[in-house]
Design a protein around this ligand. Structure first.
Ligand SMILES: NC(=O)c1ccc[n+]([C@@H]2O[C@H](COP(=O)([O-])OP(=O)(O)OC[C@H]3O[C@@H](n4cnc5c(N)ncnc54)[C@H](OP(=O)(O)O)[C@@H]3O)[C@@H](O)[C@H]2O)c1
Length: 258
């Protein structure tokens, strides 16, 4: 895909992975609309991305809570109003959550479903018919490398199983949308150095040193957008050589006893 002049929505792009993706796309001449809940951080991100954007590239910010359908409708309508049509959707906004299940508040479970699952599915549903009409479009989704672990990591059972469900949905959608010329890609990042992982409990300084930079994930997004028009990466995993999940997933004492 020649990116110059294309249009994109990137959710959760006021910081972290989404910000880096938006910055990169704008630097390549993609007109971007970024979304997040907190206005001040979003406004600052818009200003910073403008400084790195290719000349003539438009950068907009729309305050959005992806857990709310009305906010998603507003975001998509704004993109249509400003851009006329949407070429690229990067579903990225997500929240983390680390609990033993018996201690996890019900509200936290609901928030994960609304944000990390419905936030993606609903926005795709809003955008898909125009893409089908134009017989083109790329939808890139930030899933999680934790979906590669079976059973899903302890302490992240709700978060990771929702991402597993999301990955399954996207895999099915890949085949359905292939018939319409639309590309659906899931990115499965390992553990990336962002605010999201900064909140993890029991992460040691040694483990923190192993976190990937968001640039590794940006490279995956750019790869997905750069393959020939008759090809599409279905799932791209970029994983740390060792992750903090190694500890809860594999019981170290049992390993030693073998
Ligand atoms: N970091 C990792 O190790 C890692 C690994 C695998 C997958 N992922 C996935 O990658 C995505 C991005 O993670 P990250 O590490 O970059 O997170 P982050 O640094 O915490 O940034 C999250 C971004 O999403 C926005 N956001 C959160 N909830 C939102 C909502 N309800 N509506 C709209 N925007 C929302 C945040 O802004 P506001 O708070 O202002 O809304 C922020 O811009 C997530 O889907 C996450 O599950 C991350």
């Amino acid at each position: 895909m020649d990116l110059k002049g294309k249009t994109a929505i990137i959710t959760g792009a006021s910081r972290g992975i989404g910000y880096k993706v938006a910055e990169k796309l704008a630097s390549q001449g993609v007109h971007v609309m970024i979304a997040a809940r907190e206005k001040q951080t979003l406004d600052k991100a818009v200003e910073d991305i403008k400084k790195k954007a290719a000349s003539g590239t438009k950068v907009f910010g729309v305050v959005t809570d992806v857990a709310k359908l009305a906010d998603l409708e507003n975001l998509y309508n704004e993109a249509k109003k400003q851009f006329g049509h949407l070429d690229i959707l990067v579903n990225n906004a997500g929240v983390s959550s680390q609990y033993s299940f018996e201690k996890q508040p019900i509200e936290d479970i609901e928030k994960l479903v609304m944000t990390n699952y419905l936030g993606y599915v609903r926005l795709i549903r809003l955008a898909i018919n125009d893409m089908i009409g134009r017989k083109q479009g790329a939808i890139i989704n930030m899933v999680s490398g934790s979906t590669l672990v079976d059973p899903v990591p302890r302490g992240f059972v709700t978060y990771s199983s929702i991402k597993v469900g999301l990955k399954a949905f996207l895999k099915g959608l890949f085949w359905e949308m292939r018939d319409h010329g639309i590309k659906i890609t899931s990115i499965l990042p390992g553990v990336v150095d962002t605010d999201l992982t900064g909140k993890l409990q029991d992460i040691t300084s040694e483990q923190k040193d192993r976190l990937m930079s968001a640039d590794a994930v940006v490279d995956m997004v750019m790869f997905a957008l750069s393959v020939p028009s008759n090809a599409c990466p279905l799932e791209l995993a970029v994983i740390n050589q060792q992750t903090p999940w190694t500890k809860p997933v594999i019981d170290f004492k049992q390993e030693q006893a073998k």
